[in-house]
Ligand binder design. Structure first.
Ligand SMILES: C[S@@+](CC[C@H](N)C(=O)[O-])C[C@H]1O[C@@H](n2cnc3c(N)ncnc32)[C@H](O)[C@@H]1O
Length: 191
């Protein structure tokens, strides 16, 4: 199924992120046989968009996350657009990723980084860096200011977006920002 059909099939919530994530995924040109990790499964939007672009994806979130953003029927959504065979779920916490050093070519994270406790974000970024290959990429999608304002209208306690650069100090890495309509991407290219 192509992305236009998937947007029709999965509706507005999916389309809202896919408009930006699909463009960036295509721009990054990660090889199709890459090992790809998606941190923070949610409703599966990012894992689905990666799969629609031909990637096999490993996705996960903490098993004990009781927030409204976790455990959101990703499998049902993936089945609707026929990519469930390309997505594997494994529960994990971003601060303790159960994979070896350098295991993944690409690590993606849509709308999840700002949901990680502020005090855990440095540890989470260190984990992303640890499990990324030396020439791999790490790509965060974080809500734009306009998107956060809109979310906070219905959920005033929703956290502000997080800028990964704030957590990279001292790690000798920076991220490149790609502005989107609803989500901005922050891409770290590993050396
Ligand atoms: C808004 S949802 C993300 C949406 C999702 N990426 C998608 O494509 O549909 C926020 C996600 O962050 C995850 N999350 C929160 N804290 C986390 C942590 N410490 N480690 C991994 N995931 C976490 C939640 O479980 C939830 O899946």
């Amino acid at each position: 199924m192509n992305i236009i059909e998937a947007k029709k099939n999965l509706g507005e919530k999916y389309s809202f992120s896919a408009v930006d994530t699909n463009k960036v995924i295509q721009k990054l040109k990660v090889p199709k046989n890459a090992k790809v990790l998606d941190v923070g499964t949610g409703m599966g939007s990012l894992a689905i968009t990666l799969a629609l672009n031909g990637y096999s994806v490993l996705t996960g979130e903490p098993s004990d996350d009781a927030s409204v953003y976790a455990n959101q029927n990703w499998l049902e959504n993936a089945k609707k657009v026929k990519v469930d065979h390309l997505i594997e779920f494994k529960a994990f916490d971003a601060i303790d990723i159960p994979y070896d050093d350098g295991f993944f070519d690409a690590i993606f994270c849509l709308g999840s980084f700002h949901h990680i406790n502020k005090t855990d974000r440095i540890k989470a970024i260190q984990e992303f860096i640890r499990v990324a290959k030396s020439n791999g990429i790490i790509c965060f999608f974080e809500p734009s200011k306009k998107t956060i304002k809109m979310i906070q209208k219905s959920d005033p306690s929703h956290p502000e977006a997080a800028d990964p650069n704030e957590y990279l100090q001292g790690l000798n890495l920076t991220s490149r920002k790609i502005k989107g309509s609803n989500f901005d991407a922050f891409v770290i290219e590993m050396e």
